[in-house]
Design a protein around this ligand. Sequence first.
Ligand SMILES: Nc1ncnc2c1ncn2[C@@H]1O[C@H](COP(=O)(O)OP(=O)(O)OP(=O)(O)O)[C@@H](O)[C@H]1O
Length: 249
Amino acid sequence: MIALRNVRKHFSKFEAVKSVSLTIIEGEIHGIIGASGAGKSTLLRLMNLLEAPDEGDVEVSGKNLTAMSSRELREARKSIGMIFQHFNLAANKTVYGNVAAALELARYPKKDRRERVLECLRFVGLEKLADQYPARLSGGQKQRVAIARALANQPQVLLCDEPASALDPGTTADLLKVLESINQRFGVTIVIVSHEMEVIKSICQRITIMEDGKIYETVDRQPDGVAVITKSARYFADELKKAGDPGHA
Ligand SMILES: Nc1ncnc2c1ncn2[C@@H]1O[C@H](COP(=O)(O)OP(=O)(O)OP(=O)(O)O)[C@@H](O)[C@H]1O
């Protein structure tokens, strides 16, 4: 599905990714974990050529992205969606407008755009907020808009760069369930970069561990599943009262 072959990336004299080869299997949820600065985000951004490698090849669905003209690359990128830690929504566009912009950019047939936007917003449960601007949304809602936008062109691959890092645990669990259902219902291959072990363990079937710009190991495992996190006031109150009650020495 995605094959990185001996890819390297420098920033000035600093080598952020050091001759890495990695295959992402079609239909899997693949995690990339490692310490800050290990090169995770750079490796992810090499997969859709947001970062061009200094050396090596990037192949997605049998097509060598590194050998493409910018027109061909634009076309190939339609099959690769991406979401980011800080959502990267256009502040001057409504929820509807943000998703529609992705279709416009990909020259999706005009007459079908409205239905497609609404279909994507329905999938992430935000149809009712179509006319809102991002500033009025919570972090979890913003990330759902970003997902709807990334799904609009029916990608085969979804790249997720720290998608949950700006979210609370309950909202993170909701987001992970959405990603899981995108994988199961539409067969979309997902690559998710995170420094949070819980995120990676919950939904990833294979995990690549990075250190110092290199792959340390790739591990296969049965995902733990997404933990149910209750957000009720009762839960918070009960948890707080459990430990260290000062009234009962
Ligand atoms: N555009 C850039 N210009 C200069 N240096 C960069 C650039 N992007 C990344 N780097 C450097 O490359 C190294 C790897 O960065 P990268 O963001 O890939 O790491 P990471 O593992 O994702 O870390 P984090 O979890 O902190 O985001 C870091 O030292 C970073 O400072």
